[in-house]
Design a protein around this ligand. Structure first.
Ligand code: ATP
Length: 219
C-alpha cells in the first residue's frame, strides 16, 4: 500500500481487498453507485463499519445516493498499488504450494507468483502453471534477479525458520506463512500467518459452542 494509506487503521486496511474485489465487480457490471447497505450485504461487514472505513478514505456517501463506484475503484487501486504488479515467490511445492501455483491470483489482485523453490529433485526443473521450480540452493541468486518482495511459505514447519532467515537476507518485505511455525523476523518484515488446520478447528469450535451467535461470522 502506498504512504497515503498509513493513517488508515489496520483493521480497515485489512478489509480493503475485500471492498476492492466487490467494487471491481460492480464497476465491470456498469453500476455507478452503491449504498452502504448493498455493500454490507455483499461483503458481510456491518454498514456502520463500512461507513466508518470509507470515511477514512474521504469517500463520503450521500443519503439516498450512496457511494460513487468509479471514485471508490480508483481510490482502492491507488491505495492497494493495483497499478503495479507485486512479484511473489513460493517456497515448498507440496499439495498446498501446487494449488497456489495453479491459482490465478491476478484475477482479483495484482500479485503474481513469479518463481517457486523446492528441494525435491523430481520437482526442480519442472513448471506448474507458468511458474518454474528451482532448487532452494538458488534462492539468493534468483530472488535478487527477480525483484521479489513477498514470499509464500508452504514448506514443512521444521524448515520454515531457516528459510525465513535466508528470505530476510534477500530483502523480502513480507511473508505469508502457511506453516504452523511461529517465525522470528526483524521488525521491518511483515509476517501474516495462516494456519488452515487451526482456522478449521476454530470454525468447528464456534459452530459447536456458539451455534446461535452470528457476531463472529465475518471475523
Ligand atoms: P503440503 O503441506 O503443502 O500439503 P506435502 O504434504 O505434499 O505438502 P510437505 O512435507 O509439507 O509435503 O512439504 C511441502 C513441500 O516442501 C514439498 O514439496 C517438499 O519437497 C518441500 N520441502 C521440504 N523441505 C524443503 C526445504 N528445506 N526447502 C524447500 N522446500 C522444501
Amino acid at each position: 500500500m502506498n504512504h497515503d494509506s498509513l493513517k488508515i487503521p489496520q483493521a480497515t486496511a485489512k478489509r480493503l481487498p475485500l471492498y476492492y474485489r466487490f467494487i471491481q465487480n460492480l464497476h465491470s457490471s456498469g453500476k455507478q453507485r452503491v449504498s452502504s447497505a448493498e455493500l454490507s450485504e455483499a461483503v458481510k461487514v456491518d454498514s456502520a463499519t463500512i461507513r466508518r472505513d470509507f470515511s477514512y478514505f474521504g469517500a463520503l456517501g450521500k443519503k439516498g445516493y450512496g457511494y460513487n463506484v468509479s471514485y471508490l475503484l480508483s481510490f482502492f487501486r491507488k491505495t492497494l498499488d493495483q497499478d503495479e504488479v507485486t512479484h511473489v515467490a513460493l517456497i515448498g511445492v507440496g499439495n498446498l504450494g501446487t494449488a497456489f501455483l495453479n491459482y490465478n491470483f491476478m484475477k482479483n489482485n495484482n500479485t503474481k507468483i513469479q518463481i517457486a523453490f523446492d528441494v525435491d529433485e523430481e520437482k526442480v526443473g519442472t513448471t506448474i502453471g507458468d511458474v518454474s521450480i528451482h532448487h532452494l540452493d538458488e534462492l539468493e541468486k534468483k530472488l535478487k534477479a527477480k525483484d521479489v518482495q513477498v514470499a509464500i511459505l508452504t514448506v514443512p514447519s521444521s524448515t520454515a525458520q531457516g528459510i525465513t532467515d535466508r528470505l530476510v537476507e534477500c530483502n523480502i518485505k513480507g511473508i505469508l506463512n502457511f506453516t504452523p511455525a511461529r517465525l522470528n523476523v526483524p521488525p521491518a518484515i511483515r509476517v501474516h500467518h495462516i494456519d488452515l488446520a487451526v482456522e478449521l478447528q476454530s470454525l468447528v469450535y464456534f459452530l459447536k459452542n456458539y451455534p446461535e451467535d452470528t457476531d463472529e461470522k465475518s471475523e
